[in-house]
Design a binder for this molecule. Structure first.
Ligand SMILES: [Zn+2]
Length: 129
């Protein structure tokens, strides 16, 4: 039991470390490209500098975000929170006004918001409920 959780911890730390390293590498590539293009280290034409910047910016954004979320673990926690929150709101968002039964996740809604209740087979509208 303890051994298992220890192993999981190691995997999480390892995954975070890999994420942090990859993130830093990505951000570093973006920074290097940007710096090389605009510092004059590369005799690049103006258009190529613009083009290179567009390539470099997402590299830095993705790299920075990956490293940040890997180090802090915020990305993992956040996505877990979002998942559980969206699931709970999904299940509790609509209920049948006739029999009060909560709607399942796979209920069919017409473009006008008409829904057929699986429990009492009655129709109602989610927009006017
Ligand atoms: Zn019903």
């Amino acid at each position: 039991m303890n051994e298992q959780s220890d192993q999981q911890k190691k995997i999480t730390i390892g995954a975070r470390l890999v994420g942090a390293v990859i993130g830093c590498v990505f951000a570093g590539i973006g920074l290097t490209v940007l710096g090389a293009l605009w510092s004059g280290a590369l005799a690049a034409p103006f258009l190529f500098r613009i083009f290179g910047s567009f390539v470099a910016i997402p590299f830095m954004a993705i790299g920075g975000f990956t490293a940040y979320s890997a180090i802090t673990g915020l990305g993992l926690q956040k996505s877990n929170l979002v998942n559980s929150a969206s699931v709970s709101t999904k299940q509790g968002s609509y209920s049948c006004p006739n029999c009060n039964a909560p709607l399942s996740d796979e209920f069919d809604v017409s473009p006008h918001g008409d829904v057929k209740c699986e429990h009492c087979n009655g129709w109602f509208n989610i927009h006017h409920a």
